[in-house]
Design a protein around this ligand. Structure first.
Ligand code: 13P
Ligand code: SF4
Length: 343
């Protein structure tokens, strides 16, 4: 990629490097964002890797090239840091797809023998109703390890159904919610790719529907899909997730001649909203070391009441904010995930 950069892209990347150093900022990007944005990042990863890493970084500002729930999670886990979303309008639709009544009804019915497991693709409010968070790379292990027999899995019905199949000893209750982009990938298209490339290994994300997952050789998170392609000897791969992983697949398999085939329309339009220009603009607004974060950005989007609430999360630049009452319960679900994943 180095040689194919346009002068404008090169200039933007140079400015980003300079701003990162000047503002003591780390840029974290999800595998789904555009390749040039991934290139500007200090760390690229799946949701779990980014959350885990963020708590270990020394920088005082974290710039999250991903969707809103990722920014919220980073702020919850790093309340003392400035967390910036270059595009606060990038929002995962699935993150909102559960009703409070669904959780309340399940709690009423099963009492203390119910755990609410919440996919990290969820708002802070939904996290605050839950007992533990999971990501696609640890959902099976975490649900299996929960002491309760009944598990309400929110918001993704497809990941929930996959977990239910893998952990038959639990009674997994599903919610109606899904990623519209993964759920819309038709099994017939995957079957057609598989028939046209009989030597290909099929790698699928568990947000896909059950009929797609039934065609897969490997089911896993974006990082697990990439690792499987890197480690396998197969010459070709049908990759059933969003096209953004292509950049990391290319990097990790360079020189091997491996080929990657994706279904049509496998793009996340929300992740596509993040551009290098927006990243530059966000970094320009980031506080300088030692500056009060809210003062630096004029606190335009601070959560109402956040300034005087001691436990409040004050993510101000371009709107990362979590209402004070949600902070402690939402943070607890994320921390429980990190703790359970360490066992
Ligand atoms: P990963 O946890 O696999 O990175 O997935 C995040 C996501 O949004 C998938 O659509
Ligand atoms: Fe959300 Fe789907 Fe985009 Fe992942 S791919 S961020 S689940 S909309």
């Amino acid at each position: 990629m180095a040689d194919s950069l346009s002068p404008r892209t090169r200039a933007l990347l140079d400015e980003i490097e300079q701003l990162k150093a000047e503002r003591n900022a780390a840029v974290l990007a999800h595998y789904y964002v555009a390749p040039e944005v991934q290139r500007a990042a200090d760390h690229v990863g799946d949701s779990f890797a980014l959350a885990k890493l963020a708590v270990e970084l020394p920088q005082t500002t974290l710039v999250i090239c991903g969707v809103e729930f990722m920014g919220e999670s980073m702020k919850l886990l790093n309340p003392g840091k400035t967390v910036i979303l270059p595009e606060p309008g990038a929002d995962c639709p699935m993150a909102h797809m559960v009703l409070r009544e669904t959780v309340e009804q399940a709690r009423e019915r099963y009492g203390s023998d119910l755990a609410v497991a919440c996919y990290v693709n969820s708002t802070a409010e939904i996290k605050s109703w839950s007992d533990v968070c999971v990501t696609s790379s640890n959902a099976v292990a975490i649900v299996r390890a929960l002491p309760q027999r009944h598990v309400l899995f929110i918001p993704d019905e497809h990941l929930g159904a996959y977990v239910a199949e893998q952990v038959p000893e639990k009674h997994v209750i599903l919610n109606q919610g899904c990623c519209p982009f993964h759920a819309n990938i038709p099994a017939r298209e995957v079957a057609r790719l598989k028939a046209a490339h009989p030597d290909a290994l099929v790698l699928a994300h568990p947000e896909c529907a059950a009929d797609v997952l039934a065609l897969a050789d490997v089911i896993g998170s974006t990082a697990e899909i990439i690792a499987a392609a890197e480690q396998s000897d197969a010459p070709e791969f049908v990759v059933v997730t969003m096209d953004g992983v292509r950049a990391e697949l290319a990097r990790r398999t360079e020189g091997t001649g491996k080929r990657f085939l994706f279904p049509e329309q496998a793009r996340c339009p929300e992740m596509d909203k993040i551009t290098l220009e927006k990243l530059v603009s966000a970094l320009r607004q980031a506080p300088l070391p030692g500056e009060n974060d809210a003062a630096a950005a004029g606190a335009p989007d601070a959560a109402p009441g956040a300034a005087d609430a001691p436990d409040a999360v004050r993510g101000f630049v371009r709107g990362v904010s979590v209402d004070a009452p949600l902070v402690a319960p939402a943070k607890r679900t994320l921390e429980r995930m990190l703790q359970m994943a360490r066992r």
